[in-house]
Design a protein around this ligand. Structure first.
Ligand code: CA
Length: 510
């Protein structure tokens, strides 16, 4: 969540391949209507700015396929030498040579330029020329609220992620069995299991080399709820709160730092980086982690036969609360530049990707090539699914691009393994995911945004510094905590909360 906010508020460093990480996915209505897809009588070309770090020339075949169906051909321009989105975006703006359509990862900046006239206000065009998008937004007012800028205009059509849950807790099931233990169901039991992993040699090599809890994120964020704390912004009874300024935070910090001192948390948690899972699972030393369902459960497949008895299993959050979920709308999507000569066609083209035909094309590729229809449902071809570069084949064709469309969760369900599906089901049915703090940066005026960014950057930096010092044992929690609170106040935490509350109230009243 913190990442998304920083991303939306300050600058984007690097292109995001997967967008978004906030917002509870509340029953998004995914109905798409069908109709004649042809948009223009004569073939029409639209230029599209698509910043990409992907290693290709940007001429994805999917746009050709869409052209055959609509008679509108998207011609992408990508900046290959430049993988920093905000830099590429600014260069494109400064060039004075705006393409018809602009793919964005930063709706806040886009809205600011939109208000200055660089992008088309889409509201009326949607009503007139985009029946599928209109239907979708009418049926999903929460999404409409999220993409509407503070000046009440819509400047971009977002990518709508599929599925609801994203991450969860995983434990080495074979280790539990070896130690004759069951899956932890509360914080005390989690502690007991971590302790046993540390001391009782579940990997049976005679060494105390097990790393009970580890993370791919270089963070301890998902441990906070174990003691009722939150690592970031949240809302309680309409009041905006900053987790690290609340009293529960102290309890959590104290406990996490104790667990660290007892060797229950990876000694290199802050530095191991995003290869931790791969490394610690394949070396047969990692016990418990919290991560994405699909990619984590995939180790059951990839390490089968390589690490003896390796079996991980998702388990319910010991605190009963899961903070991460899939966003109901993501910060990526696309907009129409004011230099577009044919706005009507561009809007209709946007609408195509929300139609049944466009949606199938973007989610599953081409019928007969990538999938077959079974009971009117696209099912990926077996021979394609069985190939190790299955996903790469799809993405290099252009399936699942970061444009405005509704992602069908079936796309993912068909290639993740059974233990991932089981884990997601557990979390969905348990209803553990907490209502997410909404992306309210669109509610800020640009002056407020400047003030907000300065305060937030300073405070975030200080909070992370202190967190590390406490958890790594460099600072004693009890004797330094009051000083920390005073410093937050000196930095202006109360003003920051006030700004956030104002933006949240605007959002809530929309
Ligand atoms: Ca061992």
């Amino acid at each position: 969540m913190k990442n998304l906010k920083k991303l939306a508020v300050i600058v984007l460093s690097g292109i995001m391949l997967m967008c978004g990480c906030t917002g509870k996915n509340k029953a998004v209505n995914r109905e798409v209507s069908t109709g004649n897809s042809v948009i223009t009588e004569k073939p029409t070309e639209l230029t599209v700015f698509y910043p990409s770090s992907k290693e290709d020339d940007g001429q994805w075949k999917i746009f050709e396929e869409a052209g055959k169906m609509t008679n509108v051909y998207a011609k992408t321009t990508i900046s290959k030498s430049n993988t920093d989105f905000s830099q590429a975006f600014n260069l494109m703006l400064a060039s004075g040579n705006m393409p018809d359509i602009v793919v964005t990862y930063d709706p806040v900046t886009l809205s600011e330029y939109g208000a200055d006239g660089a992008f088309v206000k889409l509201n009326e065009y949607i009503d007139k020329y985009a029946p599928n998008i209109k239907k979708f937004l009418d049926e999903n007012p929460e999404i409409k609220r999220r993409i509407t800028s503070y000046d009440k205009n819509i400047y971009y059509i977002p990518h709508i992620p599929g599925g609801s849950v994203s991450t969860g807790w995983f434990v080495r099931e074979d280790w539990l069995k070896k130690l004759n233990m069951s899956v932890p169901t509360n914080v005390d039991e989690l502690y007991t299991v971590l302790k046993a992993f540390k001391n009782n040699d579940p990997n049976e090599n005679g060494k105390a080399d097990e790393i009970p809890y580890f993370s791919n994120t270089s963070k301890v964020d998902c441990l906070y709820p174990l003691w009722g704390a939150r690592p970031d912004w949240y809302v309680k009874d309409g009041k905006v709160k900053y987790g690290p300024y609340e009293t529960e935070y102290k309890t959590a910090i104290q406990n996490i730092s104790n667990w660290y001192a007892e060797g229950l948390i990876d000694a290199e948690i802050y530095t191991r980086g995003n290869n931790a899972r791969e490394k610690l699972f394949s070396e047969n030393v990692g016990g418990i982690t919290h991560d994405w369902f699909g990619s984590t459960a995939a180790f059951n497949t990839s390490l089968s036969g390589k690490v003896q008895n390796f079996k991980i299993k998702a388990f319910a959050p010991p605190s009963g609360v899961e903070l991460e979920s899939r966003p109901i709308s993501s910060p990526c999507g696309w907009a129409i530049s004011s230099s577009c000569k044919n706005i009507e066609t561009a809007v209709k083209y946007f609408d195509f990707w929300f139609s049944k035909e466009g949606s199938r094309l973007m989610n599953f590729g081409v019928e007969g090539v990538h999938y077959d229809l079974v009971d009117d449902k696209p099912v990926f071809k077996k021979e394609l699914l069985n190939q190790s570069d299955f996903k790469k084949q799809l993405t290099s064709f252009g399936v699942q691009m970061d444009i405005g469309f509704v992602q069908d969760f079936e796309y993912e369900k068909q290639w993740i393994n059974e233990s991932a599906v089981e884990g997601m089901k557990l979390y969905e049915e348990g209803n553990f995911v907490e209502e997410q703090f909404p992306m309210i940066s669109m509610e800020y005026s640009s002056d407020e945004m400047k003030e907000y960014s300065n305060l937030q950057t300073q405070i975030d930096t200080y909070v992370s510094e202190m967190e590390q010092k406490w958890i790594l044992g460099a600072n004693d929690v009890n004797s330094t905590y009051d000083g920390y609170i005073q410093k937050l106040e000196k930095f202006g935490i109360n003003r920051l909360i006030e700004l956030q509350q104002k933006a949240y109230d605007r959002y809530a009243s929309k």
